[in-house]
Design a protein around this ligand. Structure first.
Ligand SMILES: Nc1ncnc2c1ncn2[C@@H]1O[C@H](COP(=O)(O)OP(=O)(O)O)[C@@H](O)[C@H]1O
Ligand SMILES: [Mg+2]
Length: 339
């Protein structure tokens, strides 16, 4: 048996937009989920690296073959480059966690629930050679585990590509306990893009600017104040009002999220439904949309009332939860990869 010192446990949250790692040696890192290879010899000379990750990759994107390998919450099938990108991303995260020489790595990888169903084999291949033992779990389950919210709770993890739901019944969740919607951060960005274009057709802006505006001002319900942003009109920086567009784009999540929340609730054993209603947790970057928890709580009021709360650390909750699973899981729950 390997002693504790010979083994590094890590929890990895493999997200569409951001991926994070938390390790048993105390390190925590987050990178945007972009991987890029220099397109040619000139690009290689300029960037001085054979592969780039995260923000650095995004900033050098004209020189790179850039991949966001988990778009829509799945590892893109059949694309060798995307499969390689997932492997490189996991390798990069583990290298950031800095295992000691010769130390084995046991990794719990949290992915969108849908990827768990469809991309399990791809993930396994990606992690082979990078970690020694693997457990693949759904992201919301990892969040629930890390918060000790294992019984009579519902996690709604609002990411970029997907919103993942998971009801915890005090055991490993099954497929019936989980749902994935593509109504999430990216779909809000698309809506906001369309609405702002319609209102200010003369202004120029990119999807990256739209996302920044959303992250600074996202809200549903009562407006906390006017939302004004700056974008060039005819080459001149101009103040644009996008208050109602912001609300409409963010509120596009409310109906599908409410519907799925209620549907999952209705499948909970009747005597436990009230407990679950009182324990709904919002995770993921989208949990920071102002007013969203309140609006979902209103939906619950119609079925007997409940409580919806955003969690405190949406960036690391999944990775930290994965690490707790790694530290607790008995040998037989792991898949040994080393051959
Ligand atoms: N303050 C914020 N308000 C609203 N949305 C946000 C905020 N911060 C991040 N987001 C959005 O959350 C999504 C990313 O969430 P995250 O949980 O990191 O996703 P994933 O797990 O898919 O990588 C993106 O769409 C991002 O724009
Ligand atoms: Mg996530």
């Amino acid at each position: 048996m390997a002693g504790k010192k010979d083994l590094l446990h890590v929890g990895i949250d493999l997200g569409t937009s951001r991926s994070a790692i938390a390790a048993s040696n105390g390190s925590r890192h987050v990178v945007e989920s972009y991987v890029g290879w220099p397109v040619d010899m000139v690009a290689r000379k300029v960037v001085k690296k054979s592969i780039l990750f995260g923000r650095e990759a995004l900033d050098s994107r004209p020189m790179l073959d850039l991949h966001r390998p988990l778009e829509r919450g799945l590892i893109k099938e059949g694309s060798e480059k995307d499969e390689a990108a997932v492997r490189e991303l996991i390798k990069h995260l583990i290298s950031l966690a800095a295992p000691a020489d010769g130390q084995k790595v046991n990794a719990v990888v949290g992915v969108p629930a849908e990827a768990l169903r469809v991309s399990r084999q791809n993930l396994r291949t990606a992690v082979k050679g990078v970690a020694d033992a693997l457990m693949i779990v759904s992201e919301p389950f990892a969040v629930a585990y890390g918060m000790d919210a294992l019984l009579h709770t519902m996690i709604i993890d609002i990411g970029a590509g997907t919103t993942d739901f998971c009801v915890m019944n005090g055991r490993y969740p099954t497929e019936d306990d989980q749902r994935t919607l593509t109504n999430a951060g990216d779909s809000v960005d698309d809506q906001l893009m369309m609405l702002v274009k319609a209102r200010h057709p003369e202004a120029r802006f990119s999807i990256h600017m739209i996302r920044e505006w959303k992250e600074a001002h996202a809200y549903v319900g009562e407006s906390p104040g006017p939302v004004q942003v700056t974008a060039p009109v005819g080459g001149k920086p101009t103040l644009l009002d996008i208050t109602s567009e912001m609300r409409k784009a963010c509120e596009s999540l409310v109906a599908p999220l409410s519907e799925t929340m209620l549907d999952l609730l209705s499948r909970v054993e009747p005597e436990f439904q009230e407990k679950v209603r009182r324990n709904v947790l919002l995770a993921g970057g989208g949990s920071q949309i102002r007013g969203l928890a309140g609006v979902l709580e209103k939906t619950l009021a119609d079925v007997g009332g409940g409580s919806v709360r955003p969690i405190e650390d949406p960036v690391f909750a999944g990775a930290i939860g994965g690490l707790s699973i790694a530290l607790d899981a008995p040998g037989e729950d792991w898949e040994q990869l080393a051959g």
